[in-house]
Design a protein. Structure first.
Length: 94
């Protein structure tokens, strides 16, 4: 990166994003039951916190984005929980 004349700050930012992407792939999901509904959550919260910190995001908002599907139909937004398989697919697709 030095040969490309990237500044030290830019290099750090690139490496932070790369570390976040690599750690994102290690997140694990588990099925939980709350209020008679099956939902999922990230089981390794420490890793979720690390990824969120690297991306400068709120960990709870990141978990919501990974565990729920948002569909917009007309002017209505429908938010539905994913299952573990779908969450893994969504995590790997991002």
């Amino acid at each position: 990166m030095k040969k490309l004349n990237f500044s030290n700050k830019t290099q750090r930012e690139i490496l932070k994003v790369l570390a976040a992407i690599l750690n994102l792939g290690n997140l694990l999901f588990r099925q939980i039951q709350r209020d008679d509904n099956d939902k999922i959550e990230v089981s390794n919260k420490h890793l979720l916190s690390l990824v969120a910190k690297l991306l400068e995001l709120d960990a709870m908002e990141l978990e919501k984005a990974l565990c729920y599907k948002r569909t917009i139909i007309g002017e209505e937004t429908i938010i539905a929980p994913l299952n573990v398989v779908k969450a893994n697919q969504q995590r790997d697709a991002t």
